[in-house]
Design a protein around this ligand. Structure first.
Ligand SMILES: [Zn+2]
Length: 74
């Protein structure tokens, strides 16, 4: 697997949405590749941060709900 392909499926890898074989290929690439590993660590950190934010602030602000509803209404 080449770098661009690995970068494209990093989020799927982090979300554990890849098949076992593909995940193993990505994992092996990340161990060897000095270019993709920092991108992986950055995405993983972002995902962890988003997870913490979601856990500490359940639900979106009322203003956001209203703004989305207004935009979605015909
Ligand atoms: Zn790479």
């Amino acid at each position: 697997m080449e770098c661009p392909e690995v970068r494209r499926c990093l989020w799927e890898y982090l979300d554990q949405e890849l098949g076992a074989e593909e995940a193993a290929t990505v994992q092996a690439h990340l161990i060897d590749c000095g270019h993709c590993r920092p991108a992986y660590r950055c995405d993983r950190a972002l995902l962890a941060l988003l997870g913490r934010c979601a856990a500490s602030r359940p639900g979106a602000p009322q203003g956001l709900y209203r703004a989305v509803r207004i935009r979605l209404s015909p």
